[in-house]
Design a protein around this ligand. Structure first.
Ligand SMILES: Cc1cc2nc3c(=O)[nH]c(=O)nc-3n(C[C@H](O)[C@H](O)[C@H](O)COP(=O)(O)OP(=O)(O)OC[C@H]3O[C@@H](n4cnc5c(N)ncnc54)[C@H](O)[C@@H]3O)c2cc1C
Length: 321
């Protein structure tokens, strides 16, 4: 069976869930070979083996932390040369999309970004499914020459534990001269809310202008916490200064694709839909039965969010308890 290269997202050796989803996707195309880079990369092997990785190529070179993007392109290119995979898969993120694009250029192949699914085509080559034009269309496409490089959105596949050999191999990388182009001069830790990362969360609860004030985002946070979800916001809410921009969902914000998206006090403008319409189940709470958001929901509640959201939170907490 052909090998599929999976580029691992991890934080100091702790593998992030979207990588485990990516291993499920990879197994549809062939045998996953993981490549883990940076501090703690060697510690990822056990988890990766437990999700089907046959080999884990590891490099902990300091260049990955000290310089932007290019060292990782060098390393993944080296891994491609070693493995000769049928595809290279990344988790969709800003940095990974840049690495993927540069890699495809070097491989003289093509890149497909933000796939919501990947399948083996009739000839066994990967076919990527994307959601386009604010999720109004679903496209299926494949790279026509060379080794396809595909980035896949979080929550696109289930996590399925399955034993792989997980043989750890040191990846020796010769870094290109251009590596030193952009150096990281400082880092500061983002304040943790204890909630999952917005783009990776399985549940997202979002609030919009209908909340009426920043203080009322406490209602959204309480519902998100009851569900173990992340908090999102419409641009109107962000522009009003009610919630930080990092939480904006939409065309000019973040793209989310959770199992469950709850929109509260959000009208459903096309630019908001562009960032959340691929969510698996969509629930809206809006007092206006004619709000456009109701055109795309699986479940709609017509009512005042100040009444509905606290009741919903209370009921969920009661059932959990
Ligand atoms: C170039 C461009 C990029 C954009 N990018 C984004 C983007 O990334 N993300 C984004 O979200 N928008 C984006 N927008 C803005 C977008 O067009 C809308 O203006 C915005 O999404 C509206 O936000 P909203 O739904 O919160 O507010 P509104 O459209 O004002 O809707 C508020 C909703 O709350 C309901 N409501 C009011 N009170 C209550 C209550 N008590 N209980 C229940 N429901 C209530 C109302 O019925 C209404 O439907 C962009 C616009 C442009 C031009």
């Amino acid at each position: 069976m052909a090998d599929v290269l999976v580029v691992v997202d991890h934080v100091e050796g702790s593998v992030r869930k979207p990588t485990l989803e990516l291993l499920t996707v990879a197994r549809r195309l062939g045998t996953p070979v993981a490549v883990a880079l940076g501090a703690g990369a060697g510690q990822t092997a056990g988890v990766l083996a437990g999700h089907g990785a046959s080999r884990v190529l590891v490099s902990e070179a300091s260049e990955f932390a000290d310089f932007l993007v290019v060292p990782k392109v060098d390393a993944v290119q080296r891994a491609v040369e070693l493995v000769d995979p049928v595809a290279v898969l990344f988790v969709s993120s800003g940095e990974n999309k840049e690495i993927a694009a540069r890699l495809a250029l070097r491989l003289e192949s093509g890149v497909i970004t933000d796939a919501v699914d990947v399948e083996a085509g009739e000839d066994g080559r990967p076919v990527a499914v994307q959601s386009a034009f604010a999720a109004s269309y679903t496209t299926r496409s494949r790279v026509t020459r060379g080794i396809p490089v595909i980035t896949v959105k979080p929550n696109s596949a289930p996590v399925e534990p399955v034993e792989g050999a997980g043989a750890v191999e040191e990846l020796a990388v010769d870094f290109a001269a251009g590596v030193r182009g952009a150096r990281v001069v400082s880092r500061s830790a983002r304040e943790s809310t204890g909630r999952p990362e917005l783009t990776e969360a399985a549940i997202v609860v979002s609030g919009g202008r209908g909340l009426g004030s920043g203080e009322n985002f406490a209602l959204i946070e309480a519902l998100a916490d009851a569900l173990g979800g992340a908090v999102g916001a419409s641009r109107a809410a962000v522009d009003a200064g009610w919630y930080p921009h990092a939480h904006q969902v939409g065309q000019t914000g973040k793209s989310v694709s959770p199992q469950l998206y709850i929109a509260s006090g959000i009208s459903g403008a096309i630019q908001h839909r562009a960032g959340m319409q691929t969510s698996k189940t969509i629930v809206a709470i809006n007092k206006d039965a004619e709000a456009p958001i109701f055109d795309l929901v699986d479940y709609g509640v017509v009512g005042d969010l100040h009444t509905v959201v606290p009741q919903l939170t209370e009921e969920i907490n009661k059932r959990k308890g």
